[in-house]
Design a protein. Structure first.
Length: 256
């Protein structure tokens, strides 16, 4: 019996073969879960190609976290398929290039609002869609984070969006705890991915991270972070909510 045997899980953000969301999806299947993926319509073809690397191949449901009506449509699609959802992964993030390069003072609000809406408020949208299928028996929602309690060079407005994600997680955790719905964050170290390549100075920062981490850090190894997500989705952490769990080789507690 796997850690997630019999559980029904929604996984967002599987966009390419190097995505952390894909690693979580693969581990969830290995642990016995039944999963569905979500994707934007314009990315459906790419998502289908990535989903084909999984066994069994999961279905993909449409979900646009910036579309006010999309949460209800996702809730309807899930309700037609399942009588409950046990867990979900929020791996939705996007920012225009201007938010992660150049001076913050040069970034227009239109770009900042896109980053915050897509990367932070989207957690509320996903939770709204899942609530009808979680409220009677509880569940676990895990969001991917990059610890924004401190400033990271080049992360700029995306760091602000992640700070908002962290705060939203805590407030939703408080509100939904009476329904036994847990919301937690996994703060991973820098992961080598297509998305990360857009962050100015990412390669330099990752090399520095690897040198500092007491346990070492390999940004190409997605397994430690995926395993942490699986643990939070399981029944091992039933009294943990509103928490940020670091999977970063130990860099978060260093003062130098």
């Amino acid at each position: 019996m796997g850690l997630l045997a019999g559980k029904r899980i929604v996984i967002t953000g599987v966009r390419n073969t190097d995505s952390l969301a894909l690693a979580v999806a693969r581990r969830a299947l290995e642990e016995g879960a039944e999963i569905v993926l979500t994707s934007l319509g314009r990315a459906a073809e790419s998502a289908a190609g990535v989903a084909a690397t999984l066994d069994p191949i999961p279905d993909i449901l449409e979900f646009d976290a910036t579309d006010p009506g999309s949460a209800q449509r996702l809730a309807t699609s899930l309700g037609e398929r399942w009588d409950r959802v046990d867990a979900a992964l929020h791996a939705i993030a996007f920012s225009p290039r201007s938010c992660v390069s150049g001076p913050m003072l040069d970034t227009p609000w239109s770009d900042v609002s896109t980053a915050v809406h897509t990367s932070a408020y989207s957690l509320k949208s996903l939770t709204e869609a899942l609530f009808p299928l979680m409220r009677t028996h509880g569940g676990s929602i895990v969001a991917l984070d990059f610890d924004s309690r401190v400033v990271w060079p080049g992360y700029n407005w995306m760091g602000v969006a992640k700070s908002a994600l962290e705060s939203i997680t805590r407030y939703l955790a408080r509100e939904l705890g009476t329904h036994q719905i847990r919301l937690n964050l996994i703060a991973a170290g820098p992961i080598t991915s297509t998305s990360a390549a857009a962050v100015e100075g990412f390669d330099t920062g990752q090399a520095h991270w690897s040198r500092r981490a007491p346990l070492g850090w390999n940004g190409a190894d997605l397994t430690p972070t995926a395993n942490a997500c699986i643990a939070l989705m399981s029944d091992l952490f039933t009294a943990t909510t509103g928490e940020m769990i670091h999977v970063d080789g130990g860099v978060h507690f260093l003062g130098d």
